[in-house]
Design a protein around this ligand. Structure first.
Ligand SMILES: Nc1nc2c(c(=O)[nH]1)N[C@H]1C(S)=C(S)[C@@H](COP(=O)(O)O)O[C@H]1N2
Ligand SMILES: [Mo]
Length: 561
């Protein structure tokens, strides 16, 4: 590496350090988006006491911070980063730097406090990230993860593998790891080697982890979304599970009751089928982003699907082990998908929802009459009808009845709503409740933005979906083609189920009158649910930093032929 390059790194490091101090609060607060911030070029724990938690927090803050520092790195770029475009930044951490000393793992391990300085290794690079690790009330948690290799984390969170972040990391380089101590990437195996095959029509918002939605024009074609077109939202690699040896652990905290169920045992329980839409809390986020950028996967309106789910009622299982409903308790779900600290994806719902006969919470092994596929949770997932997608935990491994909510990152520091004036400097995730039931929304699936459409008797054919959380039926969908001067009521296609227990979506269609003589029109849709809740007119006043609950009127511009 040239001297110019090295001094540029120093400069970069200095500059970045300064900026990092400025932005440390922001970085800490950005942890909730560490996992998806940089996917697709700029898109989408807990206070637990265990060491695993701490390590997760390190990943989130320390390593995720590198992601958050993307912006800083760009500034560095503007102010003197190496001009040679072809430097092989992906190799830096694999090569020894002759200008720097070599360290043994046991030496590195000792650098695990701010006082002793915080070191990490990546490949055979040794980095001092002390100035990067923000000083904040939870800094004790960061320390516990210090002094170790970050390779396993970055194997999973592949968004780090870009020039800006690797450049920033290299700027913290202080030495080389003794080769004998280096983590071998071959030994680790790729966590992505066993991903299932996906339908080519699913448009990935990120490949690893796999997140994709179907073209929304397809969504209104089928009341039950075909399994292969159903959006996929994975936070981690898809776990490989052998159905024969699979077991679900059900536990009750305090009482100490616990019981394991094989898949066969679960299938012997009374089978029940629920039609329920599952919608990601970030569905339609890309529209909210237009008001002001938000952090998260840039979903269009396709992060939702409607399916018939079959399985055992969670209520039956809980009753069988003697659980009684209690308004104050929770049911925690854990998946088999593990992060690099062996921490599973997790979420919780109120116990009262699980115990409610009309809550229809099921442990599903079938989706639309087929064995549930790997992307959607094989062999077992929980379906919490009417509740945000994040609580519908896939690849279920454990169910725990507890006095507290899940301590997972996704329950505590993500999937929560905030005021439009809350930013990453001021956000306090403990101040907002975790999203459970979702608000009413709708989307126009046909025509699509920019389509040229033909009129028939002064009308155009429009269709879409509408849904509300909490079991509320859709009672009306209003459409306008003249900016709200006149509204037209759509025809609804939905289940004939009582309000409060109506969990599937509603498809709607209409022949919408369009203003005569106008070439360009904008269609708006708004749905009304059984509580007469309706969608907000714009995203402006419901904007939130995470881009969740993005349910304003859906608007589509088309040209009349
Ligand atoms: N175990 C596990 N369960 C999970 C997730 C996950 O990453 N791991 N993602 C959640 C989120 S955020 C959503 S929106 C839904 C998506 O379900 P789908 O992929 O079947 O559409 O699964 C939820 N359950
Ligand atoms: Mo989600």
């Amino acid at each position: 590496m040239s001297r110019v390059l090295r001094s540029a790194f120093k400069l970069g490091s200095h500059h970045a350090t300064y900026l990092l101090h400025q932005q440390e609060a922001r970085i800490i607060k950005s942890i909730s988006c560490y996992c998806d911030y940089s996917y697709k070029g700029g898109q989408e724990g807990g206070d637990g006491e265990s060491r695993r938690d701490f390590r997760t927090v390190l990943t989130l803050v320390g390593l995720g911070g590198f992601v958050a520092a993307y912006v800083l790195a760009s500034k560095v770029a503007a102010e003197g980063k190496p001009s040679k475009e072809n430097v092989n930044y992906q190799k830096w951490h694999t090569e020894a730097r002759t200008d720097l000393p070599t360290y043994k793992q046991e030496v590195i391990q000792k650098h695990d406090t701010l006082e002793k300085r915080i070191w990490v290794t990546y490949g055979i690079g040794v980095y001092d990230i002390t100035d990067f690790v923000p000083k904040h009330p939870g800094s004790d948690k960061i320390m516990l993860g210090a002094g170790s290799a970050i390779d396993p984390f970055w194997a999973i969170y592949q968004q780090h593998n870009n020039k800006e972040i690797l450049t920033l990391l290299e700027s913290f380089r202080i030495g080389n790891l003794d080769k004998a101590d280096a983590v071998s990437t071959e030994d680790m195996g790729s966590p992505w080697a066993n991903e299932p095959k996906r339908h080519p029509l699913l448009k990935p918002a990120s490949e690893r982890p796999f997140n994709a939605e179907p073209p929304i024009s397809l969504l209104a074609e089928n009341f039950l979304t075909p399994n292969e077109f159903f959006y996929v939202r994975n936070h981690l690699p898809v776990p490989v599970i052998d159905a024969e040896s699979y077991e679900l652990d059900v536990e009750v905290e305090e009482s100490g009751i616990s019981k394991s169920f094989s898949l066969d045992e679960i299938k012997k329980l009374p089978k029940c089928t629920v039609t329920a839409a599952v919608m990601c809390g970030g569905n339609r986020r890309s529209e909210m982003t237009e008001v002001k950028p938000v952090k998260g996967l840039s979903w269009s309106a396709g992060a939702v699907g409607n399916a018939k789910w079959s399985g055992a009622k969670l209520r039956d299982i809980l009753l069988a082990i003697g659980v009684e409903s209690d308004e104050k308790r929770h049911v925690i779900f854990e998946g088999c998908d593990l992060d690099p600290t062996s921490h599973p994806y997790g979420a919780s719902i109120p116990l009262s929802k699980a115990m409610d006969e009309r809550g229809d919470v099921i442990l599903a092994y079938e989706m639309n009459g087929e064995t549930i596929n790997r992307d959607h949770g094989f062999p077992l997932r929980v379906i919490v009808p009417g509740t945000v997608g994040a609580r519908n935990v896939k690849w279920l491994s454990r169910v725990v009845v507890s006095d507290s909510e899940s301590s997972s990152h996704w329950q505590q520091n993500d999937y929560k709503g905030f005021s439009p004036s809350t930013d990453w400097d001021t956000v306090d995730f403990t101040k907002s409740p975790a999203i459970q039931a979702m608000p009413v929304t709708s989307a126009i699936c046909c025509p699509s933005e920019g389509d040229k459409v033909q009129t028939k008797d002064g009308c155009i054919a429009v269709k879409g979906y509408a849904w509300s959380g909490g079991g509320r039926r859709i009672v009306r969908v209003d459409l306008t083609a003249d900016g709200g001067e006149s509204w037209h009521v759509a025809e609804l296609e939905q289940d004939d189920l009582p309000d409060g227990r109506h969990y599937g979506w509603t498809l709607w269609s209409a022949n919408l009158p369009v203003p005569a003589g106008q070439k360009k029109i904008e269609i708006w849709s708004k749905a009304v649910d059984s509580a007469y809740n309706t969608q907000p007119e714009s995203f402006k006043y419901t904007w939130n930093l995470r881009g969740v609950l993005s349910n304003a009127y859906h608007r589509v511009k088309v040209e009349i032929e």
